[in-house]
Write a protein that binds this ligand. Structure first.
Ligand SMILES: [Zn+2]
Length: 183
């Protein structure tokens, strides 16, 4: 299995090729953005929650204009952005590699573990609509974002707020919510 091409097509469909392949960020901005994301509470929670998502190096280093590479790439020590791909989309894509490298089921590194992580990062850092766009583009491009044998596909744990809301709805149904309030 090699999902790389499908992932590239999906991100172009979701965000537009012109936006993905643009030098929107300087090297310094790409470095700063990478650190913000890697050291965010959100990524800390992902690492705690999913066995296939791990921490990147504290001194994760962003490089640009390295002529040895044709495509941007990353491992947990750093990322290289080739000219024409210094956009927030490619930064998030490479961070998803840094967080899942060696834990991905696909020989290209673009398997379900990577795709799941990429989608979580997009949803959180680019917003719900961007997340929906990418999720739909994954579907139409046959990108599998459901890691096998991991806890990524289990339902989220119910919170106390969920229980309280259910109780309130039940009370409204049988009228006890209103009568309690007005007694
Ligand atoms: Zn990639």
């Amino acid at each position: 299995m090699n999902q790389a091409i499908n992932v590239y097509h999906a991100q172009e469909d979701a965000f537009g090729a012109e936006a993905v392949y643009a030098n929107t960020l300087t090297r310094q901005e790409a470095q700063k953005k990478s650190m913000e994301i890697l050291h965010s509470d959100f990524v800390g929670d992902l690492i705690d929650q999913y066995d296939f998502i791990h921490d990147a190096d504290m001194d994760f280093e962003v490089k640009t204009n390295d002529k040895r590479y044709k495509r941007s790439q990353a491992n947990d020590a750093g990322a290289v952005f080739v000219d024409g791909s210094r956009s927030i989309y490619v930064v998030i894509h490479e961070i998803a590699h840094a967080l899942t490298i060696n834990n991905d089921a696909d020989d290209s590194g673009h398997g379900p573990e990577f795709a799941f992580c990429f989608l979580q990062l997009v949803k959180h850092f680019l917003g719900r609509n961007a997340g929906i766009d990418l999720s739909m583009a994954f579907m139409s491009n046959d990108v599998n974002d459901k890691p096998k044998g991991s806890n990524a596909n289990s339902k989220p744990q119910r919170t106390k707020e969920d229980d309280e809301l259910d109780q309130m709805m039940a009370d409204i149904d049988d009228g006890s919510y209103l009568s309690n309030d007005y007694e």
